[in-house]
Design a protein around this ligand. Structure first.
Ligand SMILES: [Zn+2]
Length: 152
C-alpha cells in the first residue's frame, strides 16, 4: 500500500548511505518548484547520529547553507537520527546540490563554535556538541563520491 509520506514508501533496507536523493518535488500553483532532498548520513537501522550531534549539525548546516545559496527553505533533522531533509526552491543539478552540501560541511569543519547554541536563540541551548558535529561532517564529506549512489 502506498503511504502518504514519500519516505514511508522507501525501502530503508535497500539503500546505501551516505547518499543524497530527491524525496519530493512539488510544483506550486504559480509554477514555482520546491524540491525536498533526503540527505542521509548513516545507514538506516545500522547506525545513527547521537541526538546532540544531530542538533549541532542542524544549527551549523542550516546557518551556513544560506551563505552559499539563496534558495534554501529548510534544513531539518529526521527523527530516526540518520539524516536530514533539505528543501530548496527551484530545480538544481545534483552537482550543484552536492557542491553546496560539501561547501557547507567544510564550514562545519572550519567552525569554532555552534551558532545560536544558547538559551535565547535555541530551545535547548546546552544540548550541543561541536566535535560530534565535526566528526559526522568529516565522515560525510569523505564519502562525497558515493552520494550519488542511493541503492545498494
Ligand atoms: Zn537548537
Amino acid at each position: 500500500m502506498k503511504m502518504n509520506v514519500e519516505s514511508f514508501n522507501l525501502d530503508h533496507t535497500a539503500v546505501a548511505a551516505p547518499y543524497i536523493r530527491i524525496a519530493d518535488r512539488k510544483v506550486l500553483p504559480h509554477g514555482d518548484v520546491l524540491v525536498k532532498y533526503d540527505v542521509r548520513f548513516t545507514q538506516p537501522n545500522v547506525a545513527h547520529l547521537e541526538m546532540d550531534t544531530v542538533h549541532s549539525l542542524e544549527h551549523l548546516i542550516a546557518e551556513n547553507l544560506r551563505n552559499h545559496a539563496d534558495y534554501i527553505v529548510d534544513f531539518s533533522p529526521m527523527g530516526c537520527q540518520t539524516g536530514f531533509y533539505l528543501i530548496a526552491v527551484g530545480d538544481h543539478t545534483d552537482d550543484e546540490i552536492h557542491a553546496l552540501i560539501a561547501a557547507t560541511l567544510q564550514d562545519v569543519l572550519d567552525a569554532d563554535s555552534v551558532p545560536a547554541a544558547n538559551e535565547v536563540q535555541c530551545g535547548w541551548g546546552a544540548h550541543h556538541t561541536l566535535t560530534g558535529a565535526q566528526d559526522a561532517a568529516r565522515t560525510m564529506l569523505a564519502s562525497q563520491t558515493e552520494w550519488q549512489e542511493v541503492m545498494a
